[in-house]
Design a protein around this ligand. Structure first.
Ligand SMILES: Cc1cc2nc3c(=O)[nH]c(=O)nc-3n(C[C@H](O)[C@H](O)[C@H](O)COP(=O)(O)O)c2cc1C
Length: 167
């Protein structure tokens, strides 16, 4: 079995919930990206939106796990201003040379998943082997489990269709 790492950032717990459910279903490690700045409240919302719009990487705490030790890194971020969050941008910029294969998931109020996934690909210079986009209300809804399982099946099927040895 491949070694898998889930890396995610979550400001208000929505992306974290998805990351933890994925973690429960796979035998893998997990790393939360921690922002140095407090992003709570309206002020946190405002400067987070500004950073995302300006494509400014956030200041983040050093990662604990080395992504180079993993066959697949699954990257999870909330969508901010139709793009990836600034803490995820910082993590990608710091680690892009270390990824073997990447997959991605994002959570969002309504829209911005395609742009976010393209941005991850642009920064890392790699296609995502599987993608999962969830609206915030879907993360809170009853169908979440089945959506997560579809994403896992997508990863498993890659073994057959593209010769990737994922899980
Ligand atoms: C600064 C900021 C910008 C956001 N921009 C978008 C957006 O462009 N499109 C969208 O659908 N949701 C947007 N959202 C909503 C979040 O993507 C959504 O609430 C997400 O599920 C939050 O995840 P989290 O709890 O893991 O932080 C934004 C949220 C914040 C804080």
């Amino acid at each position: 079995m491949s070694k898998i790492l889930i890396v995610y950032y979550s400001r208000t717990g929505v992306t974290k919930k998805v990351a933890e459910l994925l973690r429960e279903k796979m035998d893998c490690d997990i790393e939360e990206i921690i922002s140095v700045k407090d992003r709570s409240g309206i002020m946190g919302y405002m400067f987070s939106g500004k950073e995302a719009t300006m494509k400014t990487p956030a200041e983040i705490k050093p990662a604990v796990k080395n992504p180079a030790d993993y066959d697949l890194v699954i990257l999870g971020t909330p969508v901010w201003a139709w793009n990836i969050s600034s803490p995820m941008r910082a993590y990608l910029l710091q680690n892009k040379e270390k990824f073997k294969k990447i997959a991605g998931f994002c959570t969002m109020g309504g829209d911005g998943d395609k742009q976010s996934f393209s941005e991850i690909t642009n920064i890392c210079g790699k296609e995502l082997v599987a993608k999962l986009a969830l609206k915030t209300k879907e993360v809170q809804g009853e169908d979440l489990d089945s959506k997560i399982e579809s994403f896992l099946i997508e990863l498993i099927n890659l073994n057959k269709t593209h010769g990737h040895n994922i899980i």
